[in-house]
Ligand binder design. Structure first.
Ligand SMILES: O=P(O)(O)OC[C@H]1O[C@H](OP(=O)(O)OP(=O)(O)O)[C@H](O)[C@@H]1O
Ligand code: HPA
Length: 189
């Protein structure tokens, strides 16, 4: 399993965002097109590794957690909610400031309540800025993050989040960008 993920990552072009080496990939950008077999192998691998029994909601981080949450929701029948970049001003909306290696933005959490038991999913963890900010905000709200997933682990991101938050992050593939190319370091299939 995960052959398509590995192959497409090895072919991913790199562009510079300032000093940041940004890989462009179907899972992280929707470019090139997401082949159904790629999404399927990711969803199949995740459903084998995760115990969904007590999960109330799947929580996706906009934008590139959404297709992953959709695939998991269809497999598990668990609803998903999106942490959006848009402010709605609804009661009980929570605001999170997040930073990546190339930018920063505000995210808005809605429709999550104290004691909800959730699976959080995003496409990639790189500097860890996004997951640290979002998980801390969810914990402050009294939400239980049962499982946190970033399909792709780039550089030291997973360890940074784990050291900071004290919970493990499930990733399926670890890579780095070396001399302008993606190098796969390990696969968790
Ligand atoms: O570990 P980090 O350094 O925080 O990087 C990971 C985050 O960066 C990307 O989000 P981005 O803000 O680019 O938004 P997008 O999902 O809309 O592409 C990606 O989807 C992750 O959420
Ligand atoms: O290098 C990257 N590529 C795609 N998405 C990302 N999000 C953080 N880093 C990256």
């Amino acid at each position: 399993m995960l052959e398509e993920l590995k192959k497409t990552l090895e072919e991913a072009p790199i562009v510079k965002k300032g000093n940041y080496n940004y890989f462009i990939h179907p899972v992280t950008d929707g470019i090139p097109a997401v082949k159904p077999e790629l999404l399927r192998e990711i969803a199949d691998t995740l459903t084998q590794k995760i115990n969904f029994e007590n999960i109330d909601k799947i929580v996706a981080i906009e934008a590139m957690g959404i297709h992953l949450a959709t695939a998991l929701s269809l497999k598990t029948n668990i609803p998903f909610v999106v942490i959006r970049k848009r402010h709605y001003g609804l009661p009980n909306e929570h605001q999170v400031h997040k930073k990546t290696g190339y930018g920063e933005s505000i995210l808005y959490i809605n429709d999550l309540n104290k004691n909800d038991n959730i699976l959080l999913i995003d496409d990639v963890v790189s500097t860890g800025g996004t997951l640290i900010a979002v998980i801390n905000a969810l914990i402050d709200m009294g939400v239980t993050v049962d499982t946190a997933v970033a399909v792709i682990e780039k550089g030291k991101g997973k360890k940074i989040v784990e050291d900071e938050i004290g919970m493990s992050i499930l990733t399926l593939i670890k890579l780095d960008v070396v001399n302008g190319h993606v190098v796969i370091e390990s696969v968790n299939d």
